[in-house]
Design a protein around this ligand. Structure first.
Ligand code: ACO
Length: 424
Protein backbone atom coordinates (compact mmCIF):
# COMPACT_ATOMS: atom_id res chain seq x y z
CA UNK A 1 0.00 0.00 0.00
CA UNK A 2 1.17 3.56 -0.70
CA UNK A 3 -0.09 6.54 1.19
CA UNK A 4 -0.49 10.07 -0.18
CA UNK A 5 -1.01 13.12 1.99
CA UNK A 6 -2.17 16.37 0.38
CA UNK A 7 -2.32 19.65 2.36
CA UNK A 8 -2.17 17.90 5.75
CA UNK A 9 -5.50 16.14 5.08
CA UNK A 10 -6.02 12.48 5.98
CA UNK A 11 -3.70 10.23 3.95
CA UNK A 12 -5.19 8.59 0.88
CA UNK A 13 -4.34 4.87 0.73
CA UNK A 14 -3.35 3.66 -2.73
CA UNK A 15 -2.86 -0.03 -3.61
CA UNK A 16 0.47 -1.10 -5.14
CA UNK A 17 0.30 -3.78 -7.85
CA UNK A 18 3.27 -6.14 -8.18
CA UNK A 19 4.99 -6.54 -11.55
CA UNK A 20 6.42 -9.97 -12.48
CA UNK A 21 9.66 -8.17 -13.44
CA UNK A 22 10.44 -4.46 -13.15
CA UNK A 23 8.85 -1.65 -11.16
CA UNK A 24 5.62 -2.20 -9.22
CA UNK A 25 2.90 0.37 -9.93
CA UNK A 26 0.91 2.59 -7.58
CA UNK A 27 -2.78 2.41 -8.47
CA UNK A 28 -3.95 6.04 -8.47
CA UNK A 29 -7.46 5.37 -9.81
CA UNK A 30 -8.96 6.19 -6.38
CA UNK A 31 -7.61 9.76 -6.54
CA UNK A 32 -10.42 10.97 -8.81
CA UNK A 33 -12.95 10.10 -6.06
CA UNK A 34 -10.89 12.28 -3.70
CA UNK A 35 -11.01 15.24 -6.11
CA UNK A 36 -7.51 14.95 -7.60
CA UNK A 37 -5.96 13.92 -10.89
CA UNK A 38 -2.34 12.95 -11.35
CA UNK A 39 -0.28 15.08 -13.74
CA UNK A 40 2.25 13.32 -15.96
CA UNK A 41 2.84 15.01 -19.33
CA UNK A 42 4.20 12.54 -21.87
CA UNK A 43 3.08 9.69 -19.54
CA UNK A 44 6.66 9.24 -18.37
CA UNK A 45 5.59 7.73 -15.01
CA UNK A 46 2.23 6.30 -16.00
CA UNK A 47 1.39 2.65 -16.68
CA UNK A 48 -1.70 2.78 -18.89
CA UNK A 49 -2.52 -0.92 -18.75
CA UNK A 50 -1.18 -4.26 -17.64
CA UNK A 51 0.36 -6.40 -20.34
CA UNK A 52 2.04 -9.81 -20.70
CA UNK A 53 3.70 -9.16 -24.04
CA UNK A 54 6.94 -7.18 -23.78
CA UNK A 55 9.24 -6.07 -20.98
CA UNK A 56 11.88 -3.36 -21.29
CA UNK A 57 14.49 -2.32 -18.77
CA UNK A 58 15.80 0.88 -20.27
CA UNK A 59 18.57 1.36 -17.70
CA UNK A 60 20.02 -2.08 -18.29
CA UNK A 61 19.26 -2.17 -22.03
CA UNK A 62 17.02 -5.27 -21.79
CA UNK A 63 14.17 -6.12 -24.15
CA UNK A 64 12.18 -9.33 -23.60
CA UNK A 65 9.24 -10.59 -25.66
CA UNK A 66 7.13 -12.95 -23.50
CA UNK A 67 10.34 -13.44 -21.49
CA UNK A 68 12.69 -14.18 -24.42
CA UNK A 69 15.63 -11.75 -24.91
CA UNK A 70 15.57 -9.94 -28.23
CA UNK A 71 19.19 -10.95 -28.97
CA UNK A 72 18.26 -14.67 -28.77
CA UNK A 73 15.18 -14.15 -30.90
CA UNK A 74 17.19 -12.20 -33.50
CA UNK A 75 19.84 -14.90 -33.67
CA UNK A 76 17.77 -18.08 -33.41
CA UNK A 77 14.24 -17.23 -34.46
CA UNK A 78 12.59 -15.32 -37.29
CA UNK A 79 9.95 -12.66 -37.76
CA UNK A 80 6.93 -14.93 -38.27
CA UNK A 81 7.87 -17.04 -35.26
CA UNK A 82 8.03 -13.85 -33.20
CA UNK A 83 4.62 -12.81 -34.57
CA UNK A 84 3.24 -16.12 -33.29
CA UNK A 85 4.90 -15.56 -29.91
CA UNK A 86 3.49 -12.04 -29.54
CA UNK A 87 -0.01 -13.21 -30.44
CA UNK A 88 -0.02 -16.43 -28.41
CA UNK A 89 2.40 -15.83 -25.54
CA UNK A 90 4.40 -19.04 -26.31
CA UNK A 91 6.80 -20.12 -29.05
CA UNK A 92 5.13 -22.44 -31.58
CA UNK A 93 5.89 -26.15 -31.94
CA UNK A 94 7.16 -27.14 -35.41
CA UNK A 95 3.60 -28.02 -36.52
CA UNK A 96 2.13 -24.86 -35.07
CA UNK A 97 4.76 -22.83 -36.86
CA UNK A 98 4.07 -24.54 -40.20
CA UNK A 99 0.35 -23.94 -39.75
CA UNK A 100 0.93 -20.30 -38.85
CA UNK A 101 3.21 -19.69 -41.83
CA UNK A 102 0.61 -21.38 -44.07
CA UNK A 103 -2.13 -19.21 -42.59
CA UNK A 104 -0.17 -16.01 -43.26
CA UNK A 105 0.50 -17.22 -46.81
CA UNK A 106 -3.23 -17.91 -47.28
CA UNK A 107 -4.02 -14.29 -46.39
CA UNK A 108 -1.20 -12.91 -48.56
CA UNK A 109 -3.29 -11.28 -51.24
CA UNK A 110 -5.24 -8.05 -51.52
CA UNK A 111 -8.60 -7.41 -53.04
CA UNK A 112 -8.69 -5.83 -56.53
CA UNK A 113 -10.85 -3.02 -55.19
CA UNK A 114 -8.20 -2.21 -52.62
CA UNK A 115 -5.58 -2.05 -55.36
CA UNK A 116 -7.69 0.67 -56.97
CA UNK A 117 -7.18 2.86 -53.92
CA UNK A 118 -3.56 3.37 -54.89
CA UNK A 119 -4.46 4.89 -58.25
CA UNK A 120 -6.28 7.68 -56.37
CA UNK A 121 -2.96 8.90 -54.96
CA UNK A 122 -0.56 11.18 -56.77
CA UNK A 123 2.69 9.43 -57.68
CA UNK A 124 4.61 11.76 -55.36
CA UNK A 125 2.35 11.09 -52.34
CA UNK A 126 4.33 10.13 -49.25
CA UNK A 127 4.03 6.33 -48.90
CA UNK A 128 3.09 6.72 -45.21
CA UNK A 129 0.11 8.83 -46.31
CA UNK A 130 -0.87 5.97 -48.65
CA UNK A 131 -0.42 3.45 -45.84
CA UNK A 132 -2.62 5.44 -43.44
CA UNK A 133 -5.31 5.64 -46.10
CA UNK A 134 -5.16 2.13 -47.51
CA UNK A 135 -4.85 0.30 -44.16
CA UNK A 136 -7.72 2.42 -42.83
CA UNK A 137 -9.65 1.41 -45.95
CA UNK A 138 -9.26 -2.26 -44.98
CA UNK A 139 -11.89 -1.44 -42.34
CA UNK A 140 -14.37 -1.03 -45.17
CA UNK A 141 -13.65 -4.57 -46.36
CA UNK A 142 -13.86 -6.11 -42.89
CA UNK A 143 -16.45 -4.30 -40.85
CA UNK A 144 -19.98 -5.73 -40.89
CA UNK A 145 -18.68 -9.29 -40.75
CA UNK A 146 -16.21 -8.56 -37.93
CA UNK A 147 -17.17 -9.28 -34.32
CA UNK A 148 -14.35 -8.08 -32.07
CA UNK A 149 -15.76 -10.04 -29.12
CA UNK A 150 -15.10 -13.29 -31.02
CA UNK A 151 -11.54 -14.61 -30.46
CA UNK A 152 -11.44 -16.32 -33.87
CA UNK A 153 -12.34 -13.04 -35.60
CA UNK A 154 -9.59 -11.25 -33.68
CA UNK A 155 -7.09 -13.95 -34.69
CA UNK A 156 -8.11 -13.69 -38.37
CA UNK A 157 -7.71 -9.91 -38.18
CA UNK A 158 -4.20 -10.29 -36.76
CA UNK A 159 -3.22 -12.80 -39.46
CA UNK A 160 -4.69 -10.69 -42.25
CA UNK A 161 -2.85 -7.58 -41.11
CA UNK A 162 0.51 -9.36 -40.78
CA UNK A 163 0.03 -10.94 -44.22
CA UNK A 164 -1.17 -7.88 -46.09
CA UNK A 165 1.07 -5.19 -44.64
CA UNK A 166 4.21 -6.03 -46.71
CA UNK A 167 2.08 -6.30 -49.85
CA UNK A 168 0.57 -2.85 -49.27
CA UNK A 169 4.00 -1.47 -48.36
CA UNK A 170 5.50 -2.72 -51.64
CA UNK A 171 2.46 -1.48 -53.59
CA UNK A 172 2.93 2.03 -52.21
CA UNK A 173 6.46 2.04 -53.63
CA UNK A 174 5.52 0.58 -57.00
CA UNK A 175 2.70 3.06 -57.36
CA UNK A 176 5.16 5.91 -56.79
CA UNK A 177 7.37 4.50 -59.56
CA UNK A 178 4.45 3.80 -61.89
CA UNK A 179 5.34 0.10 -61.94
CA UNK A 180 2.81 -2.76 -62.03
CA UNK A 181 2.12 -4.47 -58.70
CA UNK A 182 3.85 -7.80 -58.12
CA UNK A 183 2.10 -10.64 -56.28
CA UNK A 184 3.89 -12.60 -53.53
CA UNK A 185 5.35 -16.01 -54.41
CA UNK A 186 4.55 -19.15 -52.44
CA UNK A 187 8.17 -20.35 -52.56
CA UNK A 188 9.58 -17.26 -50.79
CA UNK A 189 9.64 -16.41 -47.11
CA UNK A 190 8.08 -13.29 -45.60
CA UNK A 191 11.09 -10.97 -45.96
CA UNK A 192 12.20 -12.49 -49.29
CA UNK A 193 8.73 -11.90 -50.66
CA UNK A 194 8.85 -8.29 -49.57
CA UNK A 195 12.10 -7.77 -51.52
CA UNK A 196 10.57 -9.57 -54.50
CA UNK A 197 7.42 -7.40 -54.43
CA UNK A 198 9.51 -4.24 -54.05
CA UNK A 199 12.25 -4.86 -56.59
CA UNK A 200 11.12 -7.42 -59.18
CA UNK A 201 10.85 -6.07 -62.72
CA UNK A 202 7.44 -6.12 -64.42
CA UNK A 203 7.97 -9.72 -65.64
CA UNK A 204 8.53 -10.80 -61.99
CA UNK A 205 11.94 -12.32 -62.73
CA UNK A 206 13.95 -11.48 -59.60
CA UNK A 207 16.44 -13.43 -57.55
CA UNK A 208 16.26 -12.79 -53.82
CA UNK A 209 19.65 -12.33 -52.15
CA UNK A 210 19.51 -14.53 -49.00
CA UNK A 211 21.78 -12.18 -46.99
CA UNK A 212 19.48 -9.24 -47.71
CA UNK A 213 16.37 -11.34 -47.01
CA UNK A 214 17.84 -12.35 -43.66
CA UNK A 215 18.72 -8.70 -42.90
CA UNK A 216 15.16 -7.67 -43.72
CA UNK A 217 13.72 -10.41 -41.55
CA UNK A 218 15.87 -9.02 -38.71
CA UNK A 219 14.71 -5.47 -39.37
CA UNK A 220 11.08 -6.62 -39.14
CA UNK A 221 11.84 -8.75 -36.07
CA UNK A 222 13.69 -5.98 -34.22
CA UNK A 223 10.78 -3.60 -34.74
CA UNK A 224 8.01 -6.10 -33.91
CA UNK A 225 7.01 -4.73 -30.52
CA UNK A 226 8.17 -2.25 -27.92
CA UNK A 227 5.43 -2.24 -25.26
CA UNK A 228 3.43 0.97 -24.75
CA UNK A 229 5.24 3.28 -27.18
CA UNK A 230 3.38 6.19 -28.83
CA UNK A 231 1.96 4.23 -31.79
CA UNK A 232 0.99 1.15 -29.74
CA UNK A 233 -0.67 3.37 -27.14
CA UNK A 234 -2.50 5.08 -30.01
CA UNK A 235 -3.76 1.70 -31.27
CA UNK A 236 -4.90 0.82 -27.75
CA UNK A 237 -6.57 4.20 -27.21
CA UNK A 238 -8.42 4.03 -30.53
CA UNK A 239 -9.29 0.39 -29.83
CA UNK A 240 -10.62 1.24 -26.36
CA UNK A 241 -13.62 2.87 -28.03
CA UNK A 242 -14.50 -0.44 -29.71
CA UNK A 243 -13.43 0.95 -33.11
CA UNK A 244 -12.72 -1.27 -36.11
CA UNK A 245 -9.20 -2.77 -35.62
CA UNK A 246 -8.02 -1.89 -39.14
CA UNK A 247 -8.91 1.75 -38.43
CA UNK A 248 -7.05 1.47 -35.10
CA UNK A 249 -3.94 0.22 -36.89
CA UNK A 250 -4.25 3.14 -39.34
CA UNK A 251 -4.21 5.43 -36.27
CA UNK A 252 -1.04 3.65 -35.10
CA UNK A 253 0.54 4.21 -38.53
CA UNK A 254 -0.20 7.94 -38.23
CA UNK A 255 1.45 8.06 -34.80
CA UNK A 256 4.47 6.13 -36.06
CA UNK A 257 5.04 8.57 -38.92
CA UNK A 258 6.43 11.39 -36.77
CA UNK A 259 10.22 12.05 -36.71
CA UNK A 260 10.38 11.56 -32.92
CA UNK A 261 9.11 7.97 -33.40
CA UNK A 262 9.22 5.85 -36.56
CA UNK A 263 10.24 8.71 -38.82
CA UNK A 264 13.64 8.82 -37.12
CA UNK A 265 15.50 6.56 -39.57
CA UNK A 266 14.40 8.76 -42.46
CA UNK A 267 15.40 11.77 -40.37
CA UNK A 268 18.87 10.21 -39.83
CA UNK A 269 19.51 10.16 -43.57
CA UNK A 270 18.10 13.67 -44.03
CA UNK A 271 20.37 14.87 -41.24
CA UNK A 272 23.42 13.21 -42.84
CA UNK A 273 22.53 14.93 -46.12
CA UNK A 274 22.26 18.24 -44.27
CA UNK A 275 25.65 17.71 -42.60
CA UNK A 276 27.01 17.11 -46.10
CA UNK A 277 30.70 16.35 -45.47
CA UNK A 278 32.69 14.90 -42.55
CA UNK A 279 34.30 18.29 -41.83
CA UNK A 280 30.87 19.62 -40.81
CA UNK A 281 30.19 16.92 -38.20
CA UNK A 282 31.78 18.94 -35.37
CA UNK A 283 29.61 21.95 -36.21
CA UNK A 284 26.42 19.85 -36.07
CA UNK A 285 27.42 18.10 -32.84
CA UNK A 286 27.95 21.60 -31.37
CA UNK A 287 24.48 22.62 -32.55
CA UNK A 288 22.95 19.50 -30.97
CA UNK A 289 24.48 20.50 -27.64
CA UNK A 290 23.28 24.10 -27.80
CA UNK A 291 20.18 24.43 -25.57
CA UNK A 292 18.96 27.34 -27.74
CA UNK A 293 19.13 25.31 -30.95
CA UNK A 294 16.31 22.78 -31.55
CA UNK A 295 18.62 20.61 -33.71
CA UNK A 296 19.14 17.07 -32.39
CA UNK A 297 21.27 14.21 -33.63
CA UNK A 298 18.63 12.00 -35.18
CA UNK A 299 18.92 8.32 -34.29
CA UNK A 300 20.36 9.16 -30.87
CA UNK A 301 18.52 8.96 -27.58
CA UNK A 302 15.43 7.10 -26.50
CA UNK A 303 12.61 7.77 -24.08
CA UNK A 304 13.07 4.41 -22.37
CA UNK A 305 16.65 3.26 -23.09
CA UNK A 306 19.23 5.13 -21.07
CA UNK A 307 21.74 2.49 -22.12
CA UNK A 308 22.68 0.95 -25.47
CA UNK A 309 19.42 -0.15 -27.14
CA UNK A 310 19.82 -3.98 -27.42
CA UNK A 311 18.17 -3.83 -30.83
CA UNK A 312 20.77 -1.31 -31.98
CA UNK A 313 23.55 -3.83 -31.24
CA UNK A 314 21.91 -6.48 -33.43
CA UNK A 315 21.17 -3.87 -36.07
CA UNK A 316 24.79 -2.70 -36.04
CA UNK A 317 25.94 -6.28 -36.72
CA UNK A 318 23.32 -6.72 -39.46
CA UNK A 319 24.50 -3.42 -40.91
CA UNK A 320 28.04 -4.79 -41.25
CA UNK A 321 26.79 -8.01 -42.88
CA UNK A 322 24.77 -6.06 -45.43
CA UNK A 323 27.55 -3.61 -46.23
CA UNK A 324 30.00 -6.51 -46.69
CA UNK A 325 27.56 -8.37 -48.92
CA UNK A 326 26.93 -5.33 -51.08
CA UNK A 327 30.55 -4.13 -51.02
CA UNK A 328 29.51 -0.57 -50.18
CA UNK A 329 31.60 0.00 -47.02
CA UNK A 330 33.11 3.04 -48.74
CA UNK A 331 29.83 4.86 -49.26
CA UNK A 332 30.58 8.41 -47.98
CA UNK A 333 27.21 8.77 -46.19
CA UNK A 334 27.74 5.49 -44.39
CA UNK A 335 31.27 6.47 -43.43
CA UNK A 336 29.99 9.78 -42.12
CA UNK A 337 27.34 7.99 -40.03
CA UNK A 338 30.03 5.80 -38.48
CA UNK A 339 32.20 8.85 -37.75
CA UNK A 340 29.26 10.67 -36.16
CA UNK A 341 28.52 7.62 -34.02
CA UNK A 342 32.14 7.49 -32.78
CA UNK A 343 32.24 11.20 -31.94
CA UNK A 344 28.88 11.26 -30.17
CA UNK A 345 29.64 8.13 -28.12
CA UNK A 346 32.74 9.82 -26.70
CA UNK A 347 31.30 13.30 -26.21
CA UNK A 348 30.61 14.29 -22.59
CA UNK A 349 27.22 15.81 -23.48
CA UNK A 350 25.92 12.52 -24.91
CA UNK A 351 27.64 10.36 -22.28
CA UNK A 352 26.22 12.43 -19.38
CA UNK A 353 22.69 12.29 -20.79
CA UNK A 354 23.04 8.62 -21.64
CA UNK A 355 22.24 9.23 -25.29
CA UNK A 356 23.18 6.19 -27.35
CA UNK A 357 22.46 5.32 -30.97
CA UNK A 358 18.99 3.82 -31.24
CA UNK A 359 17.74 1.13 -33.61
CA UNK A 360 16.86 3.74 -36.24
CA UNK A 361 20.40 5.00 -36.55
CA UNK A 362 21.54 1.72 -38.14
CA UNK A 363 18.32 0.68 -39.85
CA UNK A 364 18.47 3.83 -41.97
CA UNK A 365 22.00 2.94 -43.10
CA UNK A 366 21.05 -0.66 -43.95
CA UNK A 367 17.93 0.35 -45.84
CA UNK A 368 19.81 2.93 -47.84
CA UNK A 369 22.51 0.39 -48.72
CA UNK A 370 19.85 -2.08 -49.93
CA UNK A 371 18.39 0.63 -52.16
CA UNK A 372 15.23 1.43 -50.21
CA UNK A 373 14.27 5.08 -50.73
CA UNK A 374 14.18 7.18 -47.58
CA UNK A 375 10.47 7.88 -47.64
CA UNK A 376 9.88 4.10 -47.45
CA UNK A 377 11.84 3.64 -44.21
CA UNK A 378 8.91 4.28 -41.90
CA UNK A 379 6.71 2.07 -44.08
CA UNK A 380 9.11 -0.78 -43.36
CA UNK A 381 8.94 0.00 -39.65
CA UNK A 382 5.13 -0.10 -40.02
CA UNK A 383 5.33 -3.61 -41.48
CA UNK A 384 7.58 -4.78 -38.66
CA UNK A 385 5.50 -3.16 -35.89
CA UNK A 386 2.16 -4.55 -37.10
CA UNK A 387 2.27 -7.78 -35.00
CA UNK A 388 3.01 -5.70 -31.88
CA UNK A 389 0.11 -3.34 -32.52
CA UNK A 390 -2.37 -6.08 -33.20
CA UNK A 391 -1.11 -8.25 -30.31
CA UNK A 392 -1.72 -5.32 -27.94
CA UNK A 393 -5.13 -4.65 -29.44
CA UNK A 394 -6.04 -8.37 -29.04
CA UNK A 395 -4.75 -8.41 -25.46
CA UNK A 396 -6.87 -5.38 -24.56
CA UNK A 397 -10.05 -6.47 -26.30
CA UNK A 398 -9.94 -10.04 -24.95
CA UNK A 399 -10.78 -8.87 -21.40
CA UNK A 400 -13.11 -6.16 -20.04
CA UNK A 401 -11.50 -2.78 -20.72
CA UNK A 402 -12.26 0.87 -20.14
CA UNK A 403 -12.36 3.57 -22.78
CA UNK A 404 -9.06 5.52 -22.60
CA UNK A 405 -9.87 9.00 -21.37
CA UNK A 406 -7.05 11.03 -19.77
CA UNK A 407 -7.87 14.11 -17.70
CA UNK A 408 -6.09 17.47 -17.65
CA UNK A 409 -4.76 20.28 -15.53
CA UNK A 410 -7.02 23.11 -16.72
CA UNK A 411 -5.20 26.45 -16.98
CA UNK A 412 -7.64 28.41 -19.19
CA UNK A 413 -10.10 31.18 -18.35
CA UNK A 414 -12.52 30.69 -15.47
CA UNK A 415 -16.28 31.16 -16.02
CA UNK A 416 -17.22 34.43 -17.76
CA UNK A 417 -20.29 35.74 -19.56
CA UNK A 418 -20.63 35.82 -23.30
CA UNK A 419 -19.96 39.23 -24.90
CA UNK A 420 -22.01 40.11 -28.04
CA UNK A 421 -19.81 40.60 -31.12
CA UNK A 422 -20.48 44.39 -31.39
CA UNK A 423 -19.20 44.89 -27.84
CA UNK A 424 -15.88 43.00 -28.19
N1 ACO B 1 20.50 14.97 -29.75
C1 ACO B 1 20.90 15.93 -28.86
N2 ACO B 1 20.40 16.06 -27.62
C2 ACO B 1 19.45 15.18 -27.25
C3 ACO B 1 18.98 14.18 -28.11
C4 ACO B 1 19.55 14.09 -29.39
N3 ACO B 1 19.14 13.15 -30.24
N4 ACO B 1 18.03 13.46 -27.48
C5 ACO B 1 17.89 14.00 -26.25
N5 ACO B 1 18.76 15.05 -26.12
C6 ACO B 1 18.96 15.85 -24.91
C7 ACO B 1 17.84 16.84 -24.68
O1 ACO B 1 18.11 18.08 -25.32
C8 ACO B 1 17.83 16.95 -23.19
O2 ACO B 1 18.92 17.75 -22.79
P1 ACO B 1 18.79 18.70 -21.47
O3 ACO B 1 18.61 17.73 -20.33
O4 ACO B 1 20.08 19.43 -21.44
O5 ACO B 1 17.59 19.56 -21.69
C9 ACO B 1 18.15 15.52 -22.73
O6 ACO B 1 18.92 14.95 -23.80
C10 ACO B 1 16.91 14.67 -22.47
O7 ACO B 1 16.08 14.75 -23.63
P2 ACO B 1 14.50 14.55 -23.63
O8 ACO B 1 13.93 15.18 -24.85
O9 ACO B 1 13.95 14.95 -22.31
O10 ACO B 1 14.40 12.99 -23.74
P3 ACO B 1 13.11 12.18 -24.15
O11 ACO B 1 13.23 10.88 -23.47
O12 ACO B 1 11.89 12.97 -23.93
O13 ACO B 1 13.28 12.05 -25.74
C11 ACO B 1 13.69 11.20 -27.90
C12 ACO B 1 13.57 10.89 -26.39
C13 ACO B 1 12.41 11.89 -28.41
C14 ACO B 1 13.84 9.88 -28.65
C15 ACO B 1 14.92 12.11 -28.11
O14 ACO B 1 16.09 11.48 -27.62
C16 ACO B 1 15.10 12.51 -29.57
O15 ACO B 1 14.48 13.48 -30.03
N6 ACO B 1 15.97 11.76 -30.34
C17 ACO B 1 16.13 12.03 -31.74
C18 ACO B 1 14.99 11.41 -32.52
C19 ACO B 1 15.07 9.90 -32.58
O16 ACO B 1 16.12 9.31 -32.86
N7 ACO B 1 13.91 9.24 -32.33
C20 ACO B 1 13.80 7.78 -32.40
C21 ACO B 1 13.39 7.19 -31.11
S1 ACO B 1 13.47 5.44 -31.21
C22 ACO B 1 12.03 4.94 -31.93
O17 ACO B 1 11.03 5.59 -32.00
C23 ACO B 1 12.07 3.57 -32.52
Amino acid sequence: MASLTVDSKDPIELPVHAASVGPDVIDVSELTNQGYFTYDPGFVSTASCNSNITYIDGDEGILLHCGYPIEQLAERSDFLELCYLLLNGELPSATEKDDFVGEIRRHSKVDDQLRNFFTGFRRDAHPMAMMCGVVGALAAFYHNSLDITDASHRRDTAHRLIAKMPILAAMSRRHALGLPFIDPRDDLGYAGNFLHMMFAPADGDYEVNPVLARAFDRIFLLHADHEQNASTSTVRLAGSTGANPYACIAAGIAALWGPAHGGANEAVLNMLAEIGTPENIGKFVKRAKDPDDPFRIMGFGHRVYKNYDPRARVMQQTCREVLDELGVENDPTLQMAQQLERIALEDEYFVDRRLYPNVDFYSGIILRAIGIPEDMFTVIFTTGRTPGWIAHWCEMVAVPYKIGRPRQLYTGASRRDFVPIEKR
